[in-house]
Design a protein around this ligand. Structure first.
Ligand SMILES: [Fe+2]
Ligand SMILES: [Fe+2]
Length: 286
């Protein structure tokens, strides 16, 4: 069995056709699993230049998040809109996981296989949602989407610590908060097929956030940093914009957050909201 070359991961990142990218990620994940089970090196190679922007299809059109329509889940159009935005998240998540491996070389044993497993899961999530969209008479690319996830990838590309702190622990963790009520709303709307897909994704996402927590802590330890201080500094640096309760504490604890971090997240959200309210006050009085 030959190890995966970094260039193969870069090649998967470059794939623009969504289903082809998903299959490439799934194939890399299963090789990674076999290699790590055999006790062999999983990914070899360094210093490959990782593209700033991965391959993207012509559609969906990328627009400002505020211009995206929000619909209730009672109608098929509303459910299609939800599944379309989810397909877009999963598609970006494939690239985020592949990028974490290709960009941040030289991490401790287990890092590459953890993130390739995540990449494979995201590929499967994408295919599940894309298939469901087609059953409902739509397809990935039929609606516009936004580029928030890749923007966060760009903002965190300089440092594995910042990437681990903000992408899995903020963005993916947000998925844990919003999924259970969405699953319930889909069930109530009689769409148990879509609900089952979201349930499967939710279960996997707990393990992805756990991977993020594991490597965030590992990098803090390597650099002799206090994780709570690092996290607080990053949130103060403007990233609190992503914090929005209510939080799913049970799932977050299961994913390896500790109670002090959950308290810190609430504290930082409150700090951000009161600063925002104060700014807003100045704006409107002027
Ligand atoms: Fe996912
Ligand atoms: Fe994920």
């Amino acid at each position: 069995m030959t190890a995966i070359e970094v260039s193969e991961i870069v090649a998967a990142l470059a794939v623009a056709e969504p289903r082809a990218k998903a299959h490439a990620a799934i194939a890399l994940a299963s090789r990674a699993q076999a290699l790590s089970a055999a006790g062999q090196p999983v990914v070899v190679g360094v210093n490959t230049s990782v593209p700033t922007n991965p391959g993207r299809p012509d559609k969906p059109e990328l627009v400002n998040p505020s211009s995206l329509a929000r619909r209730g889940l009672g109608s098929q159009a509303g459910r299609v809109a939800l599944l379309h935005s989810l397909a877009h998240i999963e598609f970006n998540a494939i690239d985020l996981a592949l990028d974490a491996v290709a960009r941040f070389r030289g991490q401790p044993a287990g890092y590459d296989s953890d993130w390739l497993r995540v990449a494979g899961d995201e590929g499967q999530h994408f295919l599940l949602v894309a298939d469901r969209l087609e059953v409902l008479g739509s397809f990935y690319g039929a609606l516009p989407a936004h580029d928030g996830l890749w923007t966060m990838a760009r903002r965190t590309e300089h440092d594995v610590l910042v990437r681990m702190a903000l992408v899995p622990r903020i963005l993916e963790a947000r998925g844990l908060d919003v999924a259970p009520p969405m699953i319930e709303r889909l069930e109530n709307a009689g769409d148990s097929e879509s609900a089952a897909i979201l349930q499967r994704i939710y279960t996997d996402e707990i393990t992805h956030v756990a991977v993020g927590n594991r490597w965030f802590r590992s990098v803090c330890e390597q650099r002799n940093l206090d994780g709570a201080d690092v996290f607080r500094d990053l949130l103060r640096g403007g990233h609190s914009v992503w914090l929005r309760g209510p939080y799913n504490d049970a799932a977050r604890l299961q994913a390896g957050f500790d109670p002090a971090e959950l308290a810190l997240i609430r504290e930082m959200e409150a700090e951000y909201r009161s600063a925002q309210a104060a700014n807003h006050g100045v704006d409107t009085s002027g």
